[in-house]
Unconditional design. Structure first.
Ligand SMILES: Nc1ncnc2c1ncn2[C@@H]1O[C@H](COP(=O)(O)OP(=O)(O)OP(=O)(O)O)[C@@H](O)[C@H]1O
Ligand SMILES: [Mg+2]
Length: 151
């Protein structure tokens, strides 16, 4: 299967995350990911898109972009936002801030689990600032077909 690129842009609003979640779920299932992994992929997509909408968008209209690359063994999702425009959020992606987020994460807290979840469940999880002043989050999931599993 040749590598295929799918590009989507949705408004920066929670309302549009659910349809994308359903689409990714169907796509992952069609590619052959096991049911449990499909749920993981959907959860990660949800968390990354929620962050782009809630922390990385100045308003609904700016939108977030998704680039989904698929081949026979891999599902790769890039979520790109343009930044909140809030001075405090600018250049948020520092080692210190990430360490602070990790240190402050508490099981009893309702918030602050999104990055941890995405990092834990994706095979690859990368975050970097982009030229638009926002954040690019790239997550990759590998499809392990039974006959390719090495023991
Ligand atoms: N795309 C982003 N743009 C700007 N800041 C971000 C972005 N993603 C995450 N952050 C920052 O990282 C913090 C931690 O994100 P995380 O998803 O772990 O928790 P949360 O969004 O605060 O809560 P939760 O996801 O559990 O509802 C956020 O509060 C925000 O300050
Ligand atoms: Mg979050």
């Amino acid at each position: 299967m040749a590598k295929t690129d799918i590009q989507l842009k949705i408004p920066s609003a929670d309302f549009y995350i659910e349809p994308v979640r359903a689409f990714i779920g169907n796509l992952a299932q069609s590619l052959g990911f096991p049911r449990k992994r499909v749920a993981d992929i959907q959860l990660v997509l949800d968390e990354v898109c929620s962050n782009a909408v809630h922390h990385g968008s100045a308003n609904d209209a700016v939108g977030i972009k998704l680039r989904i690359a698929v081949d026979a063994h891999t599902l790769e999702i890039l979520v790109r936002d343009t930044g909140s425009g809030n001075a405090r959020q600018k250049n948020w992606l520092t080692r210190e801030r990430l360490l602070e987020i990790e240190t402050n994460r508490s099981p009893s807290s309702e918030r602050g689990h999104g990055i941890f979840i995405a990092k834990s469940l994706a095979d690859t999880h990368e975050m970097q600032p982009n030229e638009a002043g926002g954040t690019d989050v790239r997550v990759v999931f590998h499809l392990l077909k039974p006959n390719t599993v090495e023991v």
